[in-house]
Design a binder for this molecule. Structure first.
Ligand SMILES: [Zn+2]
Length: 285
């Protein structure tokens, strides 16, 4: 079965034609232009002309998505005009194919759960430590997503420290203010250091080691709280910060051990940029 996997980002839209074995028949990127829906429909119809045997289309996008209705509940100015778009309805009409759409963090998590770092596990929780903190929850083949506000599995906005650092969501002390790449920048600055995050991990400096220690401690608290909710077998950590995992993973595991209710495994994400396209394809495979 061949499907199209689409990964919509603020600067480019990546589209691939893939089958269930992740054999790639087409992999293309186009710059993101607006109106975004028009671009999407035009490019997909072009692909379908060349690959008429495609049976369905999966899409991962930035923003809050009502995955049941296939509608964008809210997208920031990164994708102007995207809020409110009924992607599934319009694209199914235009193509006569099944269309599924979900949030990009959920879709990336699906790729890790199905064919990536967590493929041997049934209960997976993914944390993507990038600009923000993306969450993805896959439990026994069920992807937790959607909701009337498209807000399910938005783990980055659970509260770690009441009255803590202000968050983009308008509240204070959210997880993502403490364990994202952006948070790491802030921690370095507040410690009076001037390292770039990638320098911090290799610096022979007790102050740098302290920053890493506090960072992994907060991450350990977060994982232990999530374990009480989801009882996952594995946590997959992705995003820019995960690239330096060799330098902080032991620290995390050590601080995590006394906080866990039961043992669980920590894995580093297998996919980088391609997670979006693979995961989108798995929405319909
Ligand atoms: Zn928040």
């Amino acid at each position: 079965m061949k499907v199209i996997g689409v990964d919509i980002g603020g600067t480019k839209v990546r589209m691939g034609v893939l089958d269930q074995d992740m054999k790639i028949y087409l992999d293309q990127k186009v710059p993101t232009t607006f109106p975004l829906y028009d671009l999407l429909e035009k490019e997909i119809l072009k692909i379908l002309e060349k690959h008429p045997d495609v049976e369905a289309i999966g899409i991962g996008t930035h923003g809050f998505v009502d995955s049941k209705e296939g509608k964008i509940v809210y997208a920031t100015d990164l994708l102007p005009g995207w809020t409110g778009t009924e992607v599934k309805k319009h694209l199914e009409q235009a193509t006569n194919k099944r269309v599924e759409i979900d949030n990009d963090a959920n879709v990336a998590a699906l790729a890790e759960a199905k064919i990536g770092a967590a493929k041997e596990y049934d209960r997976t929780l993914c944390l993507t430590l990038g600009t923000g903190l993306g969450g993805g929850v896959i439990m026994d083949d069920f992807l937790l997503s959607g909701g009337p506000n498209g807000g399910a599995a938005e783990l980055g906005h659970m509260t770690l420290y009441p009255n803590g650092v202000e968050c983009g969501c308008g509240r204070k002390g959210c997880f993502e203010q403490y364990v994202s790449g952006t948070a790491l920048h802030r921690r370095i600055k507040e410690a009076g250091l001037s390292y770039k995050p990638e320098e911090l991990f290799t610096a022979n400096d007790p102050k740098a080691k302290q920053v890493i220690r506090e960072f992994t401690y907060d991450l350990a608290i977060i994982i232990s709280s999530l374990q009480a909710t989801f009882d996952m077998e594995v946590v997959v950590i992705g995003g820019g910060v995960s690239e330096a995992a060799d330098y902080w993973l032991d620290d995390l595991n050590e601080q995590l051990k006394p906080l866990l209710l039961n043992d669980l495994d920590i894995k580093i994400a297998q996919f980088g940029n391609e997670a979006g396209m693979y995961g989108a394809a798995h929405l319909v495979l």
